[in-house]
Design a binder for this molecule. Structure first.
Ligand code: UDX
Length: 436
């Protein structure tokens, strides 16, 4: 089957490469000429483990190609995926659907055969109806159906998530749409990945509800972590203890500096807006957004406290290890490190930082932060070492070397990757999250 993927960003590129790997013929389309030129040279515009090899193999096998021309790319495709960005609209937090609708218009005008148009971009409830209206308005003589098929890919683990999904959600209103989607996902169907067929609106909402629920779970355990610190409990044990209950589940219960990234912050805000528009407030999600926002700055204040409080901290130096919102990505969007670095700067603290992949994107967001070549250069002369992102490279630091290089043996571990006992035994003043 021929598949067209409109938008060769994170989701489009990973999905396109994986579909090609399943044996489909895939064309990835993007308006950005420089991005397509890079892809033609085999250079990935994003960092995702395993993606370059997957792309290279499938290009070589003749199943994956790239173009800037939407009309050429969609010719002969039975499924045309829309995988363009839906950023938060400036001012009101609504998902900005300009790109989705522009693609729908162009697809309508260029459609050369019967096809299913699939929204993979995260879009508010009702967007599929509007996409359908726009394509119909173009007067295309071809049969088409508009289907919703949200993605649930985690950055850094996106290929595995695509190939071995917990579930595939397909929102289709007719048998034509369902039939083509069954063909698209047949390789996974044979893999026994569960496919949930539902209505288009339900499918659109599933994506937002899933992300809001996960964001709630994280925020819940973060508040429990604060409480643990006050009452002398250990959040790791609390998390394990509740997670063993099959109704709760153990995942997404790691306390930390607050969630960031390209999805949770934007999607929770967009869900709030939808809820407001339909006069059906989601107060739990409102609280989650507020609590998570304030947590990021609170983590900066935690570092200031570890430096001796606001007066003593002025003029001291903190070394941030990890800047990206999570490991194995170069993505800096809404990363807690941004608020932490700014809070430290506001408190007059000098900040150096090291991140294995994120420094290029981080530098413009935190212009006063000095970027180091490796973790140990960042630590040199620091009054506190702060683990912000749990990259593997930070899990087994040479603690003796850290002590020699740092001015003071103080560590603030916002991801709980070290054990308080071990750190104390190693002579560190150690502060973590939810563990007294
Ligand atoms: C998320 C969803 O998991 C994915 O299904 C969706 O399609 C896109 O958004 P992603 O943003 O890549 O994926 O990262 P994820 O691994 O979900 O982590 C999001 C944020 O939550 C990170 O900042 C992470 O550090 C934080 N987090 C996650 C926690 O603080 N604790 C946890 O237990 C899990």
């Amino acid at each position: 089957m021929k598949i067209a993927m409109v938008g060769s960003g994170y989701v489009g590129l990973v999905s396109g490469a994986c579909f090609a790997d399943f044996g489909h013929e895939v064309v990835c389309i993007d308006k950005d000429e420089s991005k397509i030129a890079l892809l033609h040279k085999g250079i990935m515009p994003i960092y995702e483990p395993g993606l370059d090899a997957l792309v290279e193999n499938n290009v070589k096998a003749g199943r994956l190609s790239f173009t800037t021309s939407l009309a050429d790319g969609i010719k002969g495709a039975s499924a045309i995926f829309i995988a363009v960005g839906t950023p938060s609209r400036r001012g009101d937090g609504h998902a900005d659907l300009t790109y989705v609708y522009a693609v729908a218009r162009e697809v309508g005008e260029s459609l050369a055969n019967d096809a299913v148009i699939v929204t993979k971009s995260t879009v508010p409830v009702g967007t599929g109806d509007e996409v359908e209206r726009i394509i119909a308005e173009s007067g295309t003589p071809h049969r088409f159906a508009v289907v919703s098929n949200p993605e649930f890919l985690r950055e850094g683990a996106a290929i595995g998530d695509f190939k071995r999904p917990d579930r595939i959600v397909i929102g289709a209103e007719d048998e034509f749409g369902r039939g083509i989607m069954r063909e698209v996902y047949r390789p996974l169907f044979l893999n026994e990945s569960p496919i949930l067929f539902t209505s288009r609106r339900s499918s659109e909402l599933i994506k937002y509800a899933a992300n809001a629920f996960l964001a709630t779970k994280i925020t819940f355990i973060n508040e429990m972590a604060d409480l643990c610190e006050k009452v002398g409990a250990d959040v790791q044990d609390v998390s394990r203890g509740i997670g063993m209950d099959g109704r709760i589940g153990s995942k997404f219960l790691h306390a930390g500096p607050g969630y960031g990234g390209s999805c949770f912050p934007k999607d929770t805000l967009a869900l709030l807006k939808t809820a407001e528009d339909y006069d059906s407030p989601t107060r739990i999600v409102e609280a989650v957004v507020k609590v998570n926002d304030s947590r990021k700055r609170a983590m900066g204040r935690r570092v200031v406290d570890a430096l001796g409080g606001p007066d003593a901290a002025r003029g001291k130096k903190a070394a941030l290890l990890g800047l990206t919102f999570k490991p194995n990505t170069d993505d800096m969007r809404d990363s807690p490190s941004i608020a932490i670095a700014l809070t430290l700067k506001d408190a007059g603290v000098d900040v150096t930082a090291y991140d294995p992949e994120g420094m290029d994107l981080a530098a413009p967001l935190m212009p006063d932060v000095v970027m180091a070549d490796d973790p140990y250069s960042a630590i040199e002369g620091a009054d506190a070492v702060v683990i912000v992102t749990e990259w593997d490279a930070f899990r087994a630091l040479d603690l003796e070397r850290v002590k020699e290089l740092a001015k003071a043996p103080v560590m603030v571990d916002l991801r709980n990757i070290y054990s308080p006992q071990d750190m104390r035994a190693a002579g560190f003043t150690y502060v973590s999250v939810g563990r007294s």
